[in-house]
Design a protein around this ligand. Structure first.
Ligand SMILES: CC(C)(COP(=O)(O)OP(=O)(O)OC[C@H]1O[C@@H](n2cnc3c(N)ncnc32)[C@H](O)[C@@H]1OP(=O)(O)O)[C@@H](O)C(=O)NCCC(=O)NCCS
Length: 314
């Protein structure tokens, strides 16, 4: 593998090819499921029909002309890179951002990597005594993200390709309304886009987690639930009613002092989660809900949103 040539053919920076090469080394990859099993697996992972059709059309069969040697190399080494960090809880970039409009192999390369690792993740879950139902619910965030990315016309994928490595490395579990992420001494909470955030649903999910982690990860000791999110920005209270779910969610947390997070722009994150676009001008965004109007008016007035972290005891 010549990194310069490979990077040119993949249309990505050479440093990113070198990073994959360095992290994956000659560590083991994992095989994809048989193409004939793909429809059933994609259905279990809640992949919408239009994405499933593309993924099946681009399947990396040994003779497929869509799969150039560079794409095959990247797929194989990206699988190895993620697999090497099984059980790890950090943010992991599985490889370079690809020009996805070049076809299904390019568009879904990191989906194929995820699919290759489903058996590995399931075995890791089983080693920890985790029920198959929890595993499949957790891993089905793939379908939810593909659906959102389609709504976002591909703008969401660069973050999602890293996000989904948490699920496939056994680091994150969906228990009821929330996703719970093993993160050192805290369980980090993530809120999937799946309907209102009612206090009752949160309470039930927290209770599930309080039983789940001591049972399945008895050697790990968590002292608090934590969250980093645009949802914890105290400025939202200037706009949203006191009894809204977001404000009630905020009240659970003690906030850490504000620090601008590295490489994360809260104004962009708010657009991602509230409008599912990163590129639409403010004056063309919908103003349907009180939150949408708040986000637009705050930015239009020259203010900024904050990404905040908070916690509360377990
Ligand atoms: C978190 C979430 C479930 C909260 O929704 P909720 O339970 O309806 O929240 P609230 O009760 O506080 O809503 C108050 C108002 O804001 C609106 N609102 C809340 N979240 C919204 C969103 N993501 N987009 C547009 N409007 C939203 C509600 O419709 C309501 O407005 P209305 O009275 O005019 O209808 C929702 O924002 C969501 O699905 N977000 C995407 C996932 C996410 O942001 N995760 C965190 C990533 S860090």
């Amino acid at each position: 593998m010549d990194p310069v040539d490979t990077a040119a053919r993949l249309a990505v920076p050479v440093e990113e090819v070198e990073r994959v090469h360095r992290l994956a080394g000659d560590r083991p990859s994992a095989p994809l499921p048989a193409a004939s099993d793909a429809p059933a697996i994609l259905a279990r992972l809640a992949v919408p029909p239009d994405d499933a059709a593309e993924i099946i059309a681009g399947w990396p069969d040994p003779g497929s002309p869509q799969w150039t040697p560079e794409l095959r190399w990247l797929l194989d080494r990206s699988i190895a890179l993620v697999r090497a960090d099984l059980g790890g809880h950090g943010w992991l970039v599985p490889g370079p951002e690809l020009p996805r409009d070049r076809g299904p192999a390019w568009r879904h390369l990191y989906v194929y990597a995820y699919l290759a690792l489903v058996d590995v993740a399931m075995a890791y879950h089983r080693d920890h005594g985790i029920a198959d139902a929890v595993s499949w619910t957790t891993l089905a965030d793939l379908g939810r993200n593909l659906a959102i990315d389609r709504r976002m016309r591909g703008e969401g994928w660069p973050v999602m390709q890293s996000w989904l490595t948490l699920h496939i490395r056994g680091s994150l579990y969906e228990l009821g309304r929330l996703q719970h992420h093993r993160a050192g001494t805290t369980i980090d909470l993530h809120i999937p886009d799946s309907g209102p955030l009612s206090p009752e649903a949160i309470d039930a999910s927290l209770d599930q987690a309080r039983a789940f982690f001591p049972r399945h990860f008895p050697d790990e000791h968590y002292t608090a639930f934590a969250c980093g999110s645009w949802l914890l920005d105290p400025q939202l209270a200037e706009y949203l009613p006191e009894d809204s779910n977001i404000i009630r969610f905020q009240r659970r947390f003690e906030l850490e002092p504000y620090e601008q997070p590295d490489g994360l722009d809260a104004d962009v994150e708010v657009l991602r989660f509230v409008f599912r676009t990163l590129s639409t001008p403010l004056d063309a965004l919908p103003r349907r809900t009180v939150l949408q109007r708040a986000i637009i008016d705050h930015l239009a007035a020259g203010h900024h949103w904050q990404w905040r972290r908070g916690r509360f005891p377990l």
